[in-house]
Design a protein around this ligand. Sequence first.
Ligand code: DC
Length: 223
Amino acid sequence: MTTDISRLVIAIDGPAGSGKSTIASQVAEKINGRKLDTGAIYRSFALYAASLGITDYENTDWNDVVKGFHLEFKTGGEIILNGRSITDEIRTPDNASAASRIAVIPQVRAALMDIQRTLALPGPTVCEGRDMGSVVFPDAPWKFFLTATPEVRARRRFLELSEKGSSVTYEEVLEQQIERDKRDSERDVAPLKPTSDAEIIDSSIMSIPAVVSLILSKLKINN
Ligand code: DC
């Protein structure tokens, strides 16, 4: 039987620094598919809210705000928000923290859901985030949950940020990450946690190529 791959979603969830982004990119490349980085959507939305001067997240009409939010992912990885390139700007630790804070608001999550589902088409698309397998694509035929120890994850993020010239210390990265993990996994709506049908992979004890191979071995797509 041939599967209609144009609608297929491969869900990869996990905490910050678990290797989701690199692994999702490599899997997408191997299957001639695309990657959807949903963390980038939350990060872009947080940046957009900041540009509008919104600080009181609780008392904002988010349905109204989202109407002016137009995001585009270019093939080379560039992210365009309302005509402006924000690719690097969304990656700062402060914006990551703002994204995590805005992501607890149920109205924001609901508003961004349609955008994520639309951007995932056409497939096959490797969608990475926190609630891909649980909420956004609950029918995804493949679900993976990546983990790694907090120290390994913080070390990866620290190296990534240092390479980009950031002066942030490892201790600061670890502290912000612990705070973000706690918020992302304890929120009421769509908390970060593996679904019962997800394959859990610990990337602190496996290399990136080994994780990619493991995921590819589970995908049986008839192209
Ligand atoms: O994957 P990331 O670190 O770029 O994500 C930034 C924040 O966005 C994360 O701390 C929580 C939020 N997020 C979310 O709530 N749901 C997603 N599917 C993806 C990200």
